[in-house]
Design a binder for this molecule. Structure first.
Ligand code: SF4
Ligand code: SF4
Length: 118
């Protein structure tokens, strides 16, 4: 199986493996995004903060929490019966998520992102 080059993202198609939404790491969400996502979920903002986020002890910036599971999935990661992953807040997902893998990448992402396999 050949691999796409790290620079060859113009033909990239997400294979919905969910790996980028799992494991170590954080999804940083800014205040405007919290408001948008809470509205999308029809959830009061304070309830959204309590149920889905944790605040940084130093500056109060917020991060999405992990859902249950040893692979530390994002709280909003869904898995279909066919094994494909999805995002419960796809239409309102954070900018950090929108930017992967085009604007930023974790090291060696081409080794685990199935969209990078031909
Ligand atoms: S790791 Fe790659 S293929 Fe898998 S869900 Fe994320 S972007 Fe899509
Ligand atoms: S918000 Fe959606 S796209 Fe972002 S990490 Fe969570 S499940 Fe993935």
């Amino acid at each position: 199986m050949s691999k796409k080059s790290k620079k060859d993202l113009d033909t990239f198609t997400c294979k919905r493996c969910g790996t980028c939404c799992s494991g170590a790491g954080f999804v940083h969400i800014h205040k405007d995004e919290c408001i948008s996502i809470a509205k999308y979920l029809a959830t009061p903002l304070e309830e959204f903060f309590d149920k889905y986020t944790v605040a940084d002890a130093v500056d109060g910036e917020r991060f999405l929490i992990d859902g249950p599971g040893e692979d530390k999935p994002c709280i909003f990661l869904t898995r279909d019966a066919d094994g494909l992953s999805g995002c419960r807040i796809q239409a309102a997902k954070p900018r950090q998520c929108q930017g992967f893998p085009f604007k930023w990448r974790r090291p060696n992402f081409e080794k685990w992102c199935k969209g990078m396999a031909e």
